[in-house]
Structure formats: C-alpha cells, structure tokens
Design a protein around this ligand. Structure first.
Ligand code: ADP
Ligand code: NI
Length: 213
C-alpha cells in the first residue's frame, strides 16, 4: 500500500502542476492530512483513507472532456496497482461520492467516503476556503462582489458553474451550506469553527464594502 501511496502522490503532483483554479497540489496535501486526522479519530483504515484522499480529484470530470473520461482515468490508475479488486472498488466508489453537486450526487455510504468528503469540504471553507473562492473567481474573470444578490436568482446553473457568480455569492450558495453536510463528528466540529470564521469575514467585508454609503 505504501508503494501506491507514493506512486499516487507523484502522479497527482504532476497532474496538478499547472492548475490555477484552486485545485493545486497543496489542496491535495491539505485534504490528505485532514483525512488522516479524521481517520485517526474515527478509527478508519489510515492507508486506504490516505490513498483515497490523494486520488480524490484525479478523475474529476472538470479536468476531462467527459465524465466518463475522468472515471476511466481513475480506473486505469487503480488497475495498474496490485490492490485487491474489492479495495479498488471501495476507493473508486468513495471518490465518486466525494464531490458536491448541489445535492444531486450519491451520498457517501462508507466511513472511507465520509472521511474524504469531509476533508475535501473542510478545505472549501474557513480561511483557505475563502482564499480558494477568490482565486477561482479571479481565474474565471468573475467579480469578488456585487451588490445585487438577486442577480444570481436569474442565473442558470450553467452560468453559475462557469463562474458568472461573484466570490461572495459563491460563499452564500455553497460554502455556508457545507457545515450542515458534514458526515463525521470530528468533521462537523472543525466545520463549526471554519463556518464562524466565514460569517465574521462576510460581516467585516460588507462593512468595508458599504463604508460611506
Ligand atoms: P470541489 O471539486 O472541491 O467541489 P470545485 O472545483 O467546485 O471544488 O471548486 C474549487 C474551488 O473553487 C473551491 O474552493 C470552490 O469553493 C471554488 N469555486 C467553485 N466554483 C466557484 C464559483 N462559481 N465562484 C467562486 N469560487 C468557486
Ligand atoms: Ni478536492
């Protein structure tokens, strides 16, 4: 297993070398260490959690022409290992249920999937989550803030996904919802802290934005 963890680390590092949308390798490293921390508290299989965390964005559809291509890339990666078939399946299923897609996704069933999903979502909130959101908005040519929040009501999901929304809108649309979607007790606890930090940030942001009005 250790060998595959090292191999995955190398391959994923190469894969994310040039990403500027918040999916840099540092994100993978943070998800890995958070997942290990949660695995410790939840008494999960640490090696399996670690490998799954490292690979969790490797087959993500947004990096491929089609969803199938992404799934195939992950499967191909798993198939070149000597992991047991049931272990490959467990990792593959866990990764498929990690992503947040407005609640239309399969929800995570195994402890492995719950831990990796929580770790990924924890990296989307708090100070790092705010930073990633503003990076993403910049990279996609979006504004950081717009007074008229009702604009978002007129947007289609596709426009929203394309980054038509502002950074602060994204915080309301997604990030402030993640706290209640945590799957593990330890994840929920950490999410509470990061959630409060985001509320404080938005309060201060609005004060500064409206100064003089
Ligand atoms: P994940 O694959 O972890 O669910 P995404 O690819 O959706 O994440 O997003 C990567 C980062 O960019 C996250 O921190 C996310 O919150 C942020 N992000 C995603 N969509 C937007 C958006 N429309 N505006 C601003 N930030 C976004
Ligand atoms: Ni991720």
């Amino acid at each position: 297993m250790q060998k595959w963890i090292e191999q995955a680390t190398h391959d994923v590092r190469v894969f994310f070398e040039s990403d500027s949308t918040g999916h840099d390798f540092a994100h993978i490293e943070r998800v890995r260490s958070m997942a290990l921390r949660l695995a410790d508290i939840e008494h999960a299989d640490k090696a399996e959690v670690e490998l799954t965390a490292i690979l969790h964005d490797y087959g993500d559809e947004k990096f491929y022409a089609t969803k199938e291509d992404g799934g195939a890339a992950l499967r191909q990666w798993l198939d070149q290992t000597t992991l047991l078939p049931e272990q490959k399946d467990r990792i593959e299923t866990a990764i498929r249920t990690v992503g947040f897609k407005g609640g239309t996704n399969e929800s995570p069933k195994t402890l492995l999937a719950k831990i990796v999903q929580d770790a990924d979502r924890l990296d989307a909130i708090g100070a790092i989550g705010i930073a990633r959101t503003f990076m993403y908005a910049g990279a996609t040519g979006s504004k950081m803030h717009e007074d008229k929040q009702q604009i978002r009501d007129a947007m289609t999901a596709e426009e929203y996904r394309d980054g038509t929304s502002t950074a602060t809108q994204h915080m309301h649309e997604k990030l402030l919802k993640l706290k209640d979607l945590m799957q593990t007790k330890a994840g929920k606890q950490e999410a509470e802290k990061r959630h409060q930090f985001m509320l404080d940030f938005l309060e201060q942001f609005n004060k500064e934005w409206n100064r003089g009005n």
